[in-house]
Design a protein. Structure first.
Length: 236
């Protein structure tokens, strides 16, 4: 009996195009601004604490990251951060928002190969304007049957999206670089979770791989996805 896989969800950031590297570069720039107020590791740790606190308030994305940098600068300088540093932080955030898209290897060819044969849904979290900008610049938008920009990713999120745009999570697959956001909750919803590791993954996205789950797979890059899907549908 063949698998009834009908719908494939793709994460965007660090799955289809580069993202985390720009956060790392900006963090290094931020730490350099505050070199007189603490060690690099201390300032980075304070920034991560601020990001963790602020996720529930600002959500994921560059704007929340920029606000967390400002908050951290105020904290580590005990309120004495110069206005010029605040201005530089804001400029760094704007540069991130304007950075050109850098597609990851095999992204376009893989999405093109699967378009038409399956319903493709882009499922990404973060700031609405920024994600829409990146999708438009990527040139991949027309290949997707639907786009969902969500505040967070959970099993309930995937159940809702795959029921709305597909035939339910059981006949769906989610492909992404984050085990925490893309893979584990998709499997919990009843779907397939395909992990495509990226060399840089935000520490708050780290969880153990669900190696015991029958619908968990890991591939080296997106170029392996069509072959994996073919093997899954044949073994259904």
């Amino acid at each position: 009996m063949q698998s009834e896989l009908t719908t494939i969800g793709f994460d965007a950031d660090d799955t289809l195009w580069q993202n985390e590297q720009f956060f790392r570069m900006t963090e290094k720039r931020f730490v350099a601004m505050l070199v007189d107020h603490g060690e690099e590791t201390h300032i980075s740790a304070r920034l991560l604490d601020a990001e963790r606190r602020n996720l529930a308030v600002y959500g994921f994305g560059i704007k929340g990251f920029t606000l967390s940098m400002i908050e951290t600068a105020i904290e580590v300088t005990e309120g004495r951060v110069p206005a010029s540093v605040i201005a530089e932080i804001l400029a760094a955030g704007r540069e991130m928002l304007n950075h050109p898209i850098e597609a990851l290897p095999h992204a376009r060819e893989t999405v093109e190969a699967l378009a038409g044969a399956y319903r493709l849904v882009l499922i990404t979290k973060g700031d609405l304007f920024d994600q829409e900008r990146k999708l438009a610049q990527s040139g991949l938008g027309d290949l997707f049957d639907a786009v969902e920009i969500v505040s967070d990713k959970s099993a309930a999120t995937y159940a809702r999206i795959f029921s709305r745009h597909g035939d339910g999570p059981e006949k769906s697959m989610m492909v992404g670089n984050s085990l925490k956001s893309d893979v584990v909750p998709a499997i919990e919803a009843g779907g397939w979770g395909i992990h495509v590791p990226h060399e840089l993954t935000w520490v708050l996205e780290h969880v153990e791989p669900p190696v015991g789950a029958s619908r968990f797979r890991q591939i080296a890059d997106l170029g392996e996805l069509p072959g994996l899907i073919e093997s899954i549908t044949k073994s259904g």
